[in-house]
Design a protein. Structure first.
Length: 94
């Protein structure tokens, strides 16, 4: 079973998504039983969040390959579904 990390934030530079992703992809690879769930929404940003992640990860010098699993959730969740998302995670990360 996968260990599930969860991070929830607005997609903007000051939230440190780059720091989170750098740490995650330098520490874990697909060989590790982990997945990072990123619940986010664009905030004054242009382009696709998924495309931005792919571009950012390609720029990393020390990312482990093959890349660790990650899932971007950028859809709206109802107030009743949000607690379910938190409960499904093993660890909340900023």
């Amino acid at each position: 079973e996968l260990f599930k990390f969860l991070s929830v934030f607005k997609w903007e530079k000051r939230k440190g998504w780059d720091v989170l992703l750098k740490a995650y992809f330098e520490e874990f690879s697909a060989a590790d039983s982990v997945v990072l769930h990123v619940k986010t929404q664009a905030f004054h940003s242009k382009g696709s969040i998924s495309a931005t992640i792919v571009e950012f990860v390609a720029s990393l010098q020390n990312a482990r390959t093959p890349l660790a699993r990650y899932i971007v959730h950028n859809e709206d969740l109802s107030l009743k579904d949000l607690p379910r998302l938190y409960r499904a995670a093993d660890a909340f990360v900023l």
